[in-house]
Design a protein around this ligand. Structure first.
Ligand SMILES: *Cc1c(COP(=O)(O)O)cnc(C)c1O
Length: 433
């Protein structure tokens, strides 16, 4: 990769959320192994991002490479219409085993945003089949993020999601303020009462309530008490709304639990019964393939699937070209097997305590508003927006790959990261703030 390649990139290739008139600098990476990214100039960076929540096992993982090679030699892709194959069936079996009980009807989508599109269409088709065609709006929370295609974007935070630019194009849904911050902060009865009033106002026109449970990711890295999940479930039941959990970011152990939506291995949320927390529809993606290939899933209850099947359309109205891509499914199976065979709970707990310890000095800075940690997610919230290019130049000089957004600098490293690597990441953050 030489200077003219980079000039070509600057002129022709859009990167996520950038301008082609004045693009932010990009760093050429030539390979990645373990928790390290190799820069083209020979320097190595410790990865603090897991490539946006995905690479939970790190990079160049022998087990995932093997799964990919073996599947490529048999069949890289075949249409899923009228055909099935072992990688899809094997992945389905694994998901049924680890997802919250009762969520066992699976739609394999080709990205997180598409899985949210599918979840929203499921909810609309469900209400339609029940005889409520007027129930096609969605309720959601401010500060949420659900993807970049149109329907998911319409339920992203209206401000950070730039809804004013797309006014008239985006469908309009109803937003309520997010629960107060803090995993352990007590449930606020005023919030609960106001949310109940909000539901009562909109329910008659609404198909579903869609939220990221406990951790709002790209909308602000906001953590709230899991006790609110029971409130969401109760309000949805009272008003006949479906409850959709978007666990694309939180799924597969990132928060210290495999999933937040009730049930499943390692879930400690619900001593009084997982049903209190179980959504009707749930989306997973990102870490599903360990960061190797794009794949997501929309899972729902048998009841939702059955009602949709009895509706006017008679079928679930979606079917992407690359649905259930065999390469992606095979790697997802290997990634889930690797995760379940690993001491992931201990790894995440360990990362949490190290993040807490090594990010603590950042709280001393007058530029820092709050430092918070949940599972393998460490967040430093600044008072002012971060200058991304300037911050990244400092991080890279320190040997760290960290990409801030807005007022947030955050770390969510692969679960396999060791203590010196994690310390290096935290030191880079502390140095910057
Ligand atoms: C990343 C993300 C999405 C979108 O997934 P893509 O694969 O980028 O389309 C949706 N919801 C949440 C919570 C996410 O973190």
């Amino acid at each position: 990769m030489n200077a003219s390649d980079l000039a070509f990139d600057r002129q022709h290739l859009w990167h996520p959320y950038t301008s082609l008139r004045d693009p932010l600098p990009v760093y050429p990476i030539t390979s990645a192994t373990g928790c390290r990214l190799q820069l083209a100039d020979g320097r190595e960076l410790v990865d603090g991002m897991s490539s946006w929540w995905c690479a939970i096992h790190g990079y160049n993982v022998p087990e995932l490479n093997d799964a990919l090679h073996r599947q490529a030699e048999r069949m890289s892709h075949v249409m899923f219409g009228g055909i099935t194959h072992e990688p899809a069936i094997e992945l389905g079996k694994r998901l049924v085993k680890i997802l919250p009980k009762g969520l066992d009807r699976i739609f394999l989508a080709d990205s997180g945003s598409v899985s949210v599109e599918v979840a929203m269409k499921m909810a609309v088709q469900y209400q339609n089949a029940l005889g409520f065609p007027e129930r096609h709006k969605f309720l959601t929370l401010r500060g949420g993020y659900h993807g970049d295609t149109t329907a998911p974007m319409s339920v992203c935070d209206p401000v950070t999601g730039m809804h004013q630019v797309f006014r008239g194009f985006l469908p309009e849904h109803a937003f309520f303020r997010r629960p107060p911050g803090g995993y352990q902060s007590p449930v606020d009865p005023v919030y609960v009462a106001d949310l109940a009033a909000f539901f009562a106002e909109y329910a008659g026109r609404t198909a579903a309530f869609i939220v990221e449970p406990v951790v709002q990711g790209a909308g602000g890295m906001h953590f709230y008490n899991p006790a609110y999940l029971r409130v969401f479930r109760e309000l949805c039941d009272r008003h006949g709304l479906l409850l959709i959990y978007d666990e694309i970011a939180t799924g597969f152990g990132r928060t210290g639990q495999l999933f937040l939506g009730g049930g499943g291995a390692g879930n400690e949320i619900s001593p009084e019964g997982e049903a209190n927390h179980r959504p009707d529809i749930m989306t997973v993606g990102k870490a599903l393939t360990g960061g190797y290939l794009t794949l997501a899933a929309t899972v729902c209850s048998a009841e939702v699937a059955d009602v949709i099947g009895r509706g006017e359309a008679g079928v679930m109205m979606h079917g992407p070209t690359f649905m259930a891509n065999p390469l992606a499914c095979a790697v997802a199976c290997a990634s889930i097997d690797l995760l379940l065979a690993s001491p992931w709970e201990q790894q995440v707990r360990c990362i949490a305590s190290r993040l807490t310890r090594h990010l603590r000095p950042a709280a001393q800075s007058s530029r820092v508003k709050e430092v918070r940690v949940l599972g393998a997610i460490g967040v430093v919230e600044m008072h002012e927006p971060v200058d991304v290019a300037a911050a990244q130049a400092i991080f890279v000089r320190e040997g760290a790959w960290i990409r801030p957004f807005g007022r947030l600098i955050y770390l969510m490293p692969p679960f396999t990261i060791n203590e010196p690597e994690l310390e290096l990441l935290c030191r880079a953050v502390v140095k910057y703030v």
